[in-house]
Design a protein around this ligand. Structure first.
Ligand code: ZN
Length: 140
C-alpha cells in the first residue's frame, strides 16, 4: 500500500501567560481527516516557549505541574534570568524544555493507541499571542 502523509497547523492564542490545554479531541479530528489507519502521529509545539506533552487530564495534577515548574523556574523576578534583556520569558524557555517539545503516538486501526489515561496537552508558558502546533501523521 502507498504511504499517506498528512500535515496540519493548529493555532492557539491563550489569553493568559500559562495554561495547559487538552488538545486530544482536535488531534483525533486530524487523524480522522487524514484517513490513516496504521502509522505514527507526531504533534509538536512550533515555539520554544510552549510544549506538547502527554499526561493525565486531572486538575490537581495540573496545579502540581504549575507549582513544580514555578519552583524550578519562577517567572519573577524577571531580572533573575540572563535571557531577559529585551524579553521577560526566560522562565518560559526553561519550562518548555522540561515539559518537552513533542509527542509521537502510534496509530492503530484508525485510533490513537494510548495507554490508560493518556491525553495530549498543549502547555503554554508565554501566552497572550498566537502560536502554532504542528500535526504530522504518516502511514497507510
Ligand atoms: Zn525568549
Amino acid at each position: 500500500m502507498l504511504m499517506k502523509s498528512y500535515r496540519k497547523i493548529l493555532w492557539y492564542e491563550i489569553p493568559i501567560r500559562r495554561k495547559l490545554v487538552n488538545i486530544t479531541p482536535t488531534i483525533i479530528e486530524c487523524l480522522n481527516e487524514s484517513g490513516i489507519k496504521e502509522g505514527l502521529c507526531l504533534v509538536n509545539a512550533m515555539h520554544i516557549t510552549s510544549s506538547v506533552f502527554i499526561n493525565d487530564d486531572e486538575p490537581g495534577l495540573h496545579q502540581d505541574f504549575e507549582e513544580w515548574l514555578e519552583g524550578l523556574a519562577p517567572e519573577k523576578p524577571h531580572d533573575r534570568y540572563r535571557h531577559n534583556t529585551f524579553e521577560d520569558n526566560g522562565d518560559a524557555h526553561l519550562k518548555r524544555t522540561i515539559m518537552g517539545r513533542e509527542v509521537v503516538v502510534a496509530v492503530t486501526e484508525g485510533k490513537l493507541d494510548f495507554g490508560p489515561w493518556e491525553q495530549i496537552f498543549y502547555g503554554e508558558f508565554d501566552g497572550k499571542r498566537k502560536k502554532k502546533v504542528l500535526v504530522k501523521i504518516i502511514g497507510e
